[in-house]
Design a protein. Sequence first.
Length: 366
Amino acid sequence: MNNVIMVGADVHDKSILLKVALGKETPVERPFHNHLPGRKAMYRYLLQMKENSQASRIVFAYEASPVGFGLYDELTAIGAECHVLAPTNIARSVKHRRRKTDPADALRILEIVRGHVLAGNTMPSIWIPDPTTRDDRELLRTRIDVGKKITVLKAQIVALTNRNDYRKPAAVGKNWSKGHREWLGQSLKKESALPPRTRLALGSLTRQLLALEEEERTLDQQVKALSQTERYRPVVKELTRLKGVGILTAMVFLTEIGDLSRFGNRRELGSYLGLVPSSYESGERNDRKGHITHHGPYRLRKVLCQASWSRVRTDPNEKKVYGRIVARNPKMKKIAVVAEMRRLGIMMWHIGLHAQQEAKVFAHVA
C-alpha cells in the first residue's frame, strides 16, 4: 500500500489546502484556489504525481460542507477514489478543537485516509446522492426555508402590534384567521391607532408576508408536480396513505434520504435521523442517556415533527401510544414527541423501501 497517493483536504469557498503523502512518506502541503482553473491545476498536480511515482491509485478525502459535491464529481471523473467525510463522526481531541487551523484539519483528514488505506480502518464517509436527487433536494429545501421565513414574519407582525399595545379585538378570532388578516389590513389605514411610521413598518412586513405566501403556493405546485414523476409517484402514493403524511412530508423524506435500501435496519435509520439519545458511559456508570444527537437533516426532523402532531390529533391509535409514553414521565412530553417522530420515520422507511423495490426506482443509485 506504499504506492497509494493519499490526500487530506481542507476545503473552503475560495481555497483548498492539501496534505499529500505517498504511502508512509512525510506529507507535503499544497494550496490551491477553489475555482475551476485552480481545481484543474490541483488535478494536474495529483495526476502528474501519480505518473511520476507509478502509484496505483489516488485516495482523496474532505469533510462535507456547504460547498456541495462538485469536487467529488470532478475527482471521480479523473479516476480518483474520493470520500466525503461526516464532520460529526470524526473524533477530535480538546486540543484540536482549541487549535483549529487549515493545515491541522487537512492533516487530520490525511491521518484518517492513511488509517483506512494502510490499516483497513473504516472511513466515516457519507452517502453521496446522485445528481437528480441533489437537484430535487434544492426544490424541497427551498420550500421548507420559505415556510420558515413565513413563520418568522408572522411572529414579527404580532410582536410589532404587541409592542405598540395595539391588541386585536376578541371578535377578530385567532391569529392569522380570515378575521385577523382583515383587521391587519384595516390597521394600515390612516384612521388606525398605530403611529404613522409604525404603520409603514407593518405595511412592509405585510407585503413581505403576502409575497412569501404566494411563493409558497407556487413551490407547493412544483413539489406536487415533481411527486407525480415516475421516480417518485409510486412511493409517494404509498407514503401518503399514512395519516398525517402529505405530499410535502413524503417528498422531503425521499429527497433527503434518497435510496432507502442503504439502511440495514431501523437503528441505522434512527441514527441518521438524529432521533436517538446520545450515550455517556464511564467506569461503573453505564447506559447514561442524554439528549438526542440531532445528526442528519434538520428539515426532515421538522416535517416528521409536524406530521407526528397531526397523527396524534387525528389517529386514535397514535393518540394512545403518545398518551402511554407521556404517562411514564408527564414532565417530559418532548420524549413522547421524539418517540412518535422516530416511530413515523421507521414506518415511512418500511413502506417506502417496499414501494421503491416494487417500482424499481433509485436502483441506479450507488
